[in-house]
Write a protein that binds this ligand. Sequence first.
Ligand code: RIB
Ligand code: CA
Length: 313
Amino acid sequence: MPRKIIFDTDPGQDDAVAILTALASPDELEVLGIVAVAGNVGLDLTTRNALQVVELAGRPDVPVFAGCDRPTKRRSITGAHVHGEGGLNGPDLPPPTMRLQQKHGVDFLIDTLAAAEPGSITLCTLGPLTNVATALARAPDIVRRAGSIVMMAGAYFEVGNITPAAEFNIYFDPEAADLVFRSGIPIVMHSLDVSHRILTTPERLTRFAGLGNRCGKAVAEMLNFSQTFDLAKYEWEGAPLHDPCVTAWLLQPDLFGSRDVNVTIETNSDLTLGMTVVDFWQITDRPRNVTFSHAVNAEGFYDLLAEKLSRLP
Ligand code: RIB
Ligand code: CA
C-alpha cells in the first residue's frame, strides 16, 4: 500500500523537484493533495507554480489548494533573490490549465485528517509552517491525528541561510514553527545540515538534462537558475538542494543518518529569531521531539532522483 501524503509547499524550484519525484512514485506514495503557502514568493505565485508542476508531471488528478498568504504574526519576507520573481524561474512552463480547488488549504488539511484513520497520513512540509500551525490552532486534536511531519527546515551545524542564525522556512514564520515543534506530532527534520552535502554539481544537472523527457529538462533548467545565488554565496562546486530530501527520505530512508533530539525554536531574540536550537549532544532533558537527519549519501540521493524523474513525461 502506498504511503498517503500531503505536500505543504512554497514552490520554489527545489519544492518542484521534491513534488515531481513523489509524483513519479505512485507505488510508494499517494499524493492526496498539494497545499501552497506563501514563502519563497507570494501565495498567488506559489499556487500557480504548484499547478504548473502537477501539470508538468501529467498528474492533473492531484488537487492543488491555496493556503495562508502571510505569516501568523510577522511581516512577509521573500526568497525571490534565489528563486526569481516568479518563484519557479528557469524553464518556460505554460500557464496552468487545471483549476485550483476552491476549498482553503487549511480546511483541506483539517478535513482530510478528520476523515482518515489516525496515523495514516504523513504531512510533508517544504516551506514555512504557517498552514500546519494554523490548522493546529483551529483543530488541534484533528491535526494531531497526522502520523508524522516530514519536513525540510532549520539547521544545527550549518546554522542559518536567511540570517546568520536562521533557515528560511523557520524564519519566515517562527511562531508557526514553535507551535508545530511543540505539537507532539512526530517530526522528521531534514535541515541545511544535509542539504549542504548534496550539491547540484554540473555532472548531476547534465544527468537530469539528459534523461530524454520534458521533466528532466525542466528540472535541469530550474536548478540551473536557482543555483546561481548560492554558487556565488558559497563558492562550492554546486548549490545545496533542499526540499527533495523529504521525498528521498520517504522513498529510501537508509540514504540518511539521523538521531532523536530535542529541537526548540527561538521566537524572542532579535539576534537569533527563528534559530532551531538542536540539543544534538543531548545535554538537556528536553523531550526528543525530532528525528534529525545529520548525514546523507549524496550519490545515492542523486541516483534516486534521476531514476524517479526518468519515469515522468
Ligand atoms: O532554506 C531552504 C528552504 O527555503 C527551501 O524549502 C526553499 O524552497 C526555501 O523555501
Ligand atoms: Ca520550499
